[in-house]
Ligand binder design. Structure first.
Ligand code: COA
Length: 154
């Protein structure tokens, strides 16, 4: 699998990005400001992530998604480890990621990659999204924020 930055003239894979974030408006906004990376397997786009500087010395993985047919094969983990290395090489001190209280798989994956639970943005999803989000039989209302100190990474 190859992971490369989206070329300036290439179109971002909106179908994949929408798997992680239902708001196309939000996606277009952070695509303009962030760096988008694409994972390709035999010329097929199988994954994507977007890294965005959110504060001085701090970057966030604002979107990460793997094509449904390729989920559960380690692509997501490879993308996160790529983002961690990139953020470290770009000189950021902190890397952040957020997910819903109902996103059990994502919470497991991010902690396996070394992120630590940081804080909860209560009612984030009920405030910012019109439609009710249900996942794993859980109502998604709160945003769980996770963080990684990149100074701890060698
Ligand atoms: N519970 C606990 N751990 C689980 C799990 C589950 N139900 N399902 C998978 N995992 C583990 C795997 O075992 C693996 O750990 P391991 O390497 O120790 O075995 C780890 O999670 C990584 O799995 P991986 O195959 O790399 O994940 P993926 O390629 O499916 O990508 C997502 C993960 C979340 C990016 C992908 O599922 C996706 O695109 N989902 C839809 C979009 C989305 O939700 N994006 C994130 C928004 S916050």
């Amino acid at each position: 699998m190859e992971i490369n930055q989206l070329a300036i003239n290439d179109t971002a894979p909106m179908d994949l990005l929408l798997l992680a974030d239902p708001s196309e408006e939000m996606i277009l906004s952070y695509l303009r400001r962030g760096i988008c990376f694409i994972a390709k397997w035999e010329h097929e786009t199988v994954g994507v992530y977007v890294l965005l500087e959110t504060r001085p010395n701090t970057a966030e993985i604002v979107n990460i998604a793997v094509a449904t047919a390729h989920q559960g094969k380690g692509v997501g983990k490879t993308l996160i480890l790529h983002a961690i290395r990139l953020a470290k090489n770009l000189g950021y001190h902190t890397l952040e990621i957020g997910t819903g209280n109902s996103s059990i798989h994502q919470l497991a994956l991010y902690q396996k990659c070394g992120f630590r639970l940081n804080y909860i943005e209560h009612n984030y999803f009920s405030k910012h999204y019109k439609e009710k989000i249900m996942e794993n039989g859980i109502h998604c209302v709160d945003m769980i924020r996770l963080t990684m100190d990149l100074n701890d990474i060698s």
